[in-house]
Design a protein around this ligand. Structure first.
Ligand code: GDP
Length: 534
């Protein structure tokens, strides 16, 4: 296969959802259909197999959760599919957001009984920063579900994206019998031949709407209801428009049940048909997109994971390849350091194992051994003409703590530890405007990161700290010119605090949404941003 063929068969996406909507289950079912595993239940269950992918940090083992995220790759119908795992639950962190920077599209899993939930909203917002296509999988149709029309409305109203149902559910709960495919105009009826909970693939029967054969599969009532609903749908205004999907303005919606496998394959097939090949990233030096199929290699680092092997305090830097081909041992120019380096080891996380990668193509994600030279957002490239990709934004933390070291004699280790952990992007450090490092405020996206920080300072840097959680919940970067705009003149609620980050950017910490609105409404010219400078 030529490089171009290899690149054009790649599809790289992330699955986003609120905890418990079914992200893990859907991922596993995609692997089942992709042939990467033979039986569902064999991958990375939260209780079982937890050591399989990530037994790198003690804390992961203690908690039985994965602190860091990984990539799963499989082949399906000639396409090479990369699923970026976005950490959820307690291990939700800035990495979850950063992972989205490496994806070319997102699949949003929504619980059919609950509709759009809090974490989905946050992740969706980050996806919209890049205008990537967002596909919706409405899951758990095998349970009591909200009315499908209502669910569409819920998505449109809360997320502000238009929806287009690609298929339509027939019944829900025990009566969930199949879906109507709006493209082929056929009914796809599912049956699971009585085997428990979707361990194996389901049987699908195809039939025309109105076909008498359908009466065997559906009750006359369900059949009639479907005919009526399809008529309503076809009359609705929104048309399918692939360009809008690709710009992230229209979300194709699929109904199904990841647990029973109903609707998983129709989703996978249609999703892979519509989701884009590796997207061109813009070179910020020229403002031009970099063609993913060009010969020269380029990539950016979006995540750094510490201590894969505790004995060597090494790190793994995850890079997204943006153009060309990676070969193990190749040399590339590290733009931020201004020198050529050898890309020694490439690791890739396949379903359960870490494997050494000899070659990879634009669209792929691989982990590089990092002796401490990479930072998040760094670019690597080959070729005469250098490229540099825009960095990765800093996301607003949601948990804050004041941190002090217990033993002030260990100041050096403390500062080093804090700086290194911040460089990996696990924490953000803030201080009083003009203040020092004796006492700092740390902000994290996921609350577990605070525990990880304390644990790592202790075990890796031999520093004990005092940590006091602070009541702030949100942070906004102040975009106004620091030379002319004085934060002291602002009219703020008494519990709002002004701080600066390590780059000297000014920020405000808030205890509630209400306090943010207060700041916005009482200070006409104040410009706040949810995302930090790159
Ligand atoms: P995640 O937190 O989004 O990764 O969600 P999981 O995939 O871990 O699923 C959360 C719970 O919902 C688990 O108990 C699953 O077995 C269950 N679940 C997932 N998909 C379905 C589904 O389609 N139907 C039903 N009834 N339960 C499901």
């Amino acid at each position: 296969m030529t490089n171009r063929e290899e690149i054009e068969r790649r599809r790289t996406f992330a699955i986003i959802s609120h905890p418990d909507a079914g992200k893990t289950t859907l991922t596993e079912k995609l692997l089942l259909y992709g042939g990467a595993i033979n039986q569902a239940g064999s991958v990375k269950g939260k209780q079982s197999a937890k050591h399989a992918v990530s037994d790198w940090m003690d804390i992961e083992k203690q908690r039985g959760i994965s602190v860091t995220s990984s990539v799963l790759q499989f082949n399906y119908a000639g396409k090479c599919v990369n699923i970026l795992d976005t950490p959820g639950h307690q291990d939700f962190s800035e990495d979850t957001y950063r992972t989205l920077m490496a994806a070319d599209s997102a699949v949003m899993v929504i619980d059919a009984a609950k509709g759009v939930e809090a974490q989905t909203i946050k992740l969706f917002k980050v996806c919209t920063l890049r205008h990537i296509p967002i596909f919706t999988f409405i899951n758990k149709m095998d349970r009591e579900a909200r009315d499908p029309f209502e669910l569409m409305e819920n998505i449109e109203e809360i997320l502000g994206i238009k929806t287009y149902p690609m298929n339509w559910p027939i019944g829900c709960g025990k009566e969930f019998k199949g879906v109507f495919d709006r493209n082929t105009r056929k009914v796809l009826a599912f049956s699971s031949d009585g085997r428990a909970n979707g361990v194996k693939k389901v049987n699908e029967t195809e039939a025309e709407l109105g076909d008498a054969a359908l009466d065997e599969l559906l009750t006359p009532y369900l059949h009639q209801q479907l005919v009526d609903e399809i008529e309503l749908l076809d009359g609705a205004a929104e048309e399918f428009d692939l360009d809008k999907v690709l710009r992230g303005e229209l979300s194709p919606v699929f109904f199904g049940s990841a647990l029973t496998n109903f609707g998983v394959e129709p989703f996978l097939e249609n999703f892979l048909r519509l989701t884009p090949t590796p997207l061109a990233r813009v070179d910020s030096l020229t403002g031009e997109p970099v063609d993913p199929c060009r010969d020269e290699f380029s990539a950016f680092i979006f995540k750094i994971q510490a201590n894969m092997n505790k004995a060597h305090r090494d790190r793994i830097a995850f890079m997204r390849i943006c153009s060309g081909k990676f070969e193990r041992g190749m040399e590339a120019y590290h733009v931020q350091e201004g020198k050529n380096i050898k890309l020694a080891t490439g690791t890739q996380l396949m379903a359960q194992d870490r494997a050494i990668v000899d070659e990879a193509y634009a669209g792929d994600i691989i982990g590089l051994f990092d002796p401490g030279i990479f930072s998040i957002g760094d670019t690597l490239c080959t070729g005469k003409k250098k490229v540099e990709f825009a960095g990765i934004p800093t996301f607003s933390p949601e948990h804050f703590a004041r941190i002090e070291q217990k033993d002030t004699m260990k100041r050096k280790q403390f500062v080093k530890g804090m700086e290194q952990i911040a460089q990996e992007g696990a924490i953000q450090i803030f201080r009083e405007v003009g203040g020092g490092m004796e006492e700092v405020v740390v902000g994290v996206v996921g609350v577990l990161q605070l525990e990880v920080l304390e644990y790592r300072l202790n075990t890796e840097y031999n520093v004990e700290i005092r940590m006091q959680q602070l009541p702030f919940e949100q942070l906004r970067w102040v975009k106004n010119d620091p030379d002319t705009y004085n934060l002291r003149d602002l009219d703020l609620t008494s519990d709002t605090k002004a701080v600066e980050d390590m780059k000297g950017n000014r920020l405000l910490l808030f205890t509630s949404d209400w306090a943010i609105r207060w700041a916005e409404t009482h200070n006409d010219t104040l410009e706040l941003s949810e995302f930090g400078n790159i």
